[in-house]
Structure formats: structure tokens, C-alpha cells
Design a protein around this ligand. Sequence first.
Ligand SMILES: [Cu+2]
Length: 283
Amino acid sequence: MRKLIILVLLFQSSLSSFSTVYIDTLFINRGTVNQAQKLINYCSFNSTETFELTNSPLEVNENDTLQVTIINTDSLAHTFTVNSILETGNNIAPFDTATFQLKFNGKGTYRYYSDVAYGKYLAASGNILVGYSNYIHFFWNLFEAKDTFMDSIANGLTTTLPNYFKPEVFTINNLYFPNTVTDTLGAVTGNVNDSIIISVVNSGQMVSPFHFHGYHVKIIDVKIHQTMLGWEKDTFPVFPGEAMTLLLVPDQPGMYPVHNHNLVTVATGGYPGGMVTRLNIMP
Ligand SMILES: [Cu+2]
């Protein structure tokens, strides 16, 4: 019995000597933003206590531990949820702080979110990229907003999605085109023959069929609809709740749009608008 205990201790100490703990902090903030003539209630995970539309992505090396401290500035309790990784004991009380340690099963994209109606339905959801830190990488976080629904959620009048849900503001990183083009997190820039990583999550409620102009991309990681793993396509669906990683190796220079192929989603604020961003590839 004593031998077994010593062995376990040795094993634990050898593990800790090889893995590093990566420390980050996120604040849960509420905010109201005017987008395309709609006043929209949002909830975001930001890097400071000041509300920003875009949820901060988290990054950690493969095999390292991600230690995240969540500071909840909201008057309601939230969760910090990552499917299959952190699903219980993950509450953060109102105006409270909690720290979580996350270990991942491999490289790729994971989605974090607050699994309460006034969290996930107000866009409190973002990307975690595990590995690929030595690649040029970008983040796309898809969402579609509806002012009246999100107002009801924010004011506690409902906690469920209506049977008929018709969102109006379609976004990447909670920005709509042309604001997406100046978003350094999402607007892709690189050179011919670079290996470019795009980390994608769908924080919304609709399937977003994404269409690339100019290039095909390879789906190198997909959490929910795993039949798509290994696909090399210029169009593929991004399902609600999905987290996927795309590899783009541009074979030609140029400036090309990437957009949701459902035309309703590219008319936010006028056409073209909404869920559109850009690839800018130099020779
Ligand atoms: Cu197109």
C-alpha cells in the first residue's frame, strides 16, 4: 500500500513538471449597443470590466492547463461552461469571482459560454484555441441577434427561445460587415503558402453555411458534426454550438469575401452587410 502511494506521488510530480499552467482572466459584462437601427442587449466575456461587443478568445498550448478566473460584474449568477470539459461546479455567483482549471483532449477549437438564458442568448460565448500558437490564427464567433427577444431575456420576461425565431442582426465576433473588415481578430491576412488557422464557433441558433471565395479550406477539427472532419471545401455548414478549426493554405494572392450563404444573413445594415468578412492574401 505504501509503495502505491509513493508511485502516485511520483506520477503527479512528473506530470506537473512537464505541463505549464496558463493563467487568464475574463469579466462577464452586460451592455446595450445600437446595431443597424436596433437597440440590442448583450452579455460578453471581456478582458476588462468595460463592456466590449466581442467576447475575448482564450488560447493555451496543447497539454498545458488553462486556469481562468471569471469576474462576474452581473447581478445574476452565470456559468463558465465548456462542453465535455467543464460542465459542473462551474457557477459564478452575482458580483463574485471564481477560478477554474481546464485540461483539453487535444488541439483545436472549443466553445466557452454561460449556460443561462441571459448568458448564451445574449451572446456570452467565445472561442478557446488549444495549440496552433505558432500559426497565424484568426477567430470567428458567429451569432444572430434579435432586439425584442434579447430585450425580453435581459429583463427576465422569458428564458426560452420562441418557436418562431427571426433574428435580424447577423454577426461575426458580434460585428457586421463592413465592421468585420477592420476586426483584427477575424479579418484574415496572410501570404501565399502560409498555413493559416481559423478558429470558428457558432454561438447562435441557426445553421450558418459558410462560403469561401478564392480558396478551399480544410476542416482539421470539428466537435459536433464530426462527419465533416478532413473535408476540403469552399462551402460547409457551421451548426449551432459547433466549434471547428479550419486550415487555409492560400495558393494565390488576392482579396476575397467569405460569407454566410443564406442571403438574409448578409443584408444586416444594407447589402452586403451582416455575416461577411474578408481574406486579404498578399503574394
Ligand atoms: Cu459567395
